[in-house]
Design a binder for this molecule. Structure first.
Ligand code: GRF
Length: 199
């Protein structure tokens, strides 16, 4: 049975869409499928975008200790949680319950250029200001600290002398759309193998 994925997204949802499309294209070969898109922002463009598909959507209160999010994930029997432009810290109650089963993507090479407040164009501005010759994409497991869980995959790309934060953001985002769905798929496979070993 395909693993059940919940995507948490507060922003425009382009990674969410890439992941949905990836598993839809695999059709019967897919090891996982997105069954829920949830956000702490009821007017999140990602939520609005997902509402046009047959995927369930939900809004949750992120101001508590994680109880509301955890109960939502349990109600939908979620196996794997994928953060895609979700800006809030995930409370320990949830990271513990989904240890090894919750992923995030960051538009730079962590551990550099990450942490609280490092999102959107700020990341690419900082990369250019530092004079770094390379940037990239990092997929990591989520811990209760911003951008600090174990790294699962990275993809590097060059920073060109002519790059602006906007041009870099566009190139990095393009790579994210290729890398993230494939890493999510790999982690879903590993989790399924682990589950059959411990059955
Ligand atoms: C991406 O750049 C991702 O790395 C970061 O937030 C952005 C989300 O973009 N965590 P989108 O909402 O998927 O278009």
């Amino acid at each position: 049975m395909p693993s059940r994925i919940a995507v948490l997204a507060s922003g425009r949802g382009s990674n969410m869409q890439a992941i949905i499309d990836h598993f839809d294209n695999l059709a019967r070969e897919r090891v996982a499928k997105v069954v829920l898109v949830a956000s702490n922002k009821a007017d999140s463009p990602a939520l609005i975008r997902a509402a046009t598909s047959s995927i369930d959507i939900a809004h949750f209160n992120s101001a508590d200790d994680g109880s509301e999010l955890l109960s939502l994930l349990e109600t939908f029997h979620i196996d794997l949680v994928v953060l895609a432009g979700y800006l809030k810290r995930i409370p320990p109650k949830v990271t513990r319950a989904y240890s090894g089963r919750m992923l995030n993507i960051h538009p730079a090479l962590l551990p550099d250029f990450g942490g609280e407040g490092m999102y959107g164009l700020r990341v690419h501005e900082a990369v250019i200001a530092s004079g770094a010759r390379e940037t990239g994409v990092t997929v990591h497991l989520v811990s209760d600290e911003y951008d600090r869980g174990p790294i699962v995959a990275q993809w590097r790309l060059a920073v060109n002398a002519s790059d602006t934060p906007e041009s870099l953001a566009a190139r990095v985002l393009n790579v994210e759309h290729t890398v993230y769905p494939r890493v999510v798929e790999m982690v879903a496979i590993l989790n399924q193998l682990e589950a059959t070993r411990t059955d």
